[in-house]
Design a binder for this molecule. Sequence first.
Ligand code: FNR
Length: 382
Amino acid sequence: KIPHISLCVSATDFEAPAKAVLSHKAWVYASSSANTGLSLRKNIDDWSLINFRPRVLRNVGDVDMRMSILGHLSELPFYLSPMGTMGMIHSGAEPEMVKGAVRKGIHMVVSTASSKTTEQIMESCIEEQKWLNNASPTCLFFQYYIPVNRERAIALLKKAKAAGYKGIWITVDTPVLGKRTADRQLQAEEALSVGLLDVPPAREPGEENAFAPAFGGRAVPGQLSPHTTWGDLKWIREEWGGPIVLKGIQCAEDAKLALESGCQGILLSNHGGRQIHSAPSALMTLLEIRTYCPEVFGELEIFLDGGVRDGADVLKALCLGATAVGVGRPYLYALAAYGAQGIGRCTDILAEELATAMRLLGITSLDQARPDMVNASRLINE
Ligand code: FNR
C-alpha cells in the first residue's frame, strides 16, 4: 500500500504515504491549520526568501554537526517538536517516536497531550538507551500546557521532574485553540451524517474548557488556562526548579520579557500555523529580534520551528543566530507510514542535507555559521 522507505529521499516524501495509511480523521488532525491556511503557507514559503552566500576553497572534508540544547549534547541541531495524541497516528504512539530519536541521538520535546503517560514515554527512552548501551545522548524535554487548576498544574510539573525530563517548554501561544478550519468542516460533515443539523458552536475565548473540543484528540489533561500571564512564570519557575523555554514567542517585545522573566530559552513558533491567523513566520520573528533586541542572543537559547522541510533550512536559521530548530509534521508523517524507522530515515535525510549545505557554504562546524553567510534582505523588505 505504501512505497518502500528507501523511496523517501526528502523530508516531504513521507506526506503521501502517511495520507495513504491514516484515517481521514487522523489526516485532518495532523495536516490542518488555522483559518485560511495563511500562517501555515507563510511558514513554508519564508524559507525560500533567504539565500546563502557561499564561500569556496575552504577545506570542507569533515563536518561536525553536534551541538548542545540546554547543556545536553545532541548529534544534530534539530529535534522532534511536541505533537499531541500520536496514538491517532501510530499504534506505538510517542514511544515509537522516542525510539527513532534515541537511535539518531537527537532530543525530543514530549507533549502534555501525549497518548501515553510521561512516565511511559520516559521509560521507552531509557529502554532504547539501554539497548544501545547508553551510547545515545538523547534526552527528553516536557512541553507544558498550563492546566487551569493550580494543584493539577503543580502535580504535572512534579511528575515530569520525577520522571527525568530535563526542561519544560511552556506553550504560550495557545490561551485558546485556534480555528482549525478542516477540523470544523469534518465535524460538520460528521454531524450531518448522523442527522444532526446543528454543529455545536465554536468555543468562546475565556471558556475554561477551551482545549477540550480539540478535534480528534482527547482533551489536554487539566485543560488549558486562558488566564495565564507573565506573572505565573514565577510560581512555575519555583515549582519546576529547572530550565524553562517559552514556546510560541512571536515578537521582539515578548522575547525581551522572556529574558527578563528568567527563562533559559525561547522558541519562535506559530504552532505550525495552527493558532493565530496571519502569524509571522518564525524566521520573520527571528529577524525582528535581531533588529529590536539583539541582546537576547547572548543570553537565551533561541529555537525556532514551523515549515522546516530541508536540512539547508536548519542551516539558514543557525546562520541567523538560532541554537536549534524543531521539526513537526515531517516526523509525524514519517511515524504514520514507517514507525521508528521512519523517524530515523527522516533524521538521516535532514542530516545529510545539512552536512551538504554546510560544506557547500564553506563551513565545517555549526559555530562557524554566521549572519553574513545568508542574504535575508528579501524577507526583511517584505
Ligand atoms: C502540534 N504542535 C503542538 N505544540 C505544542 O506545544 N503542543 C502540542 O500538543 C502540539 N500538538 C501538535 C499536533 C499536531 C498534529 C501538529 C502538526 C502540531 C505544534 C508543534 O509543536 C510545532 O510547533 C509545529 O508542528 C511546527 O511546525 P511544522 O514542523 O509542523 O511545520
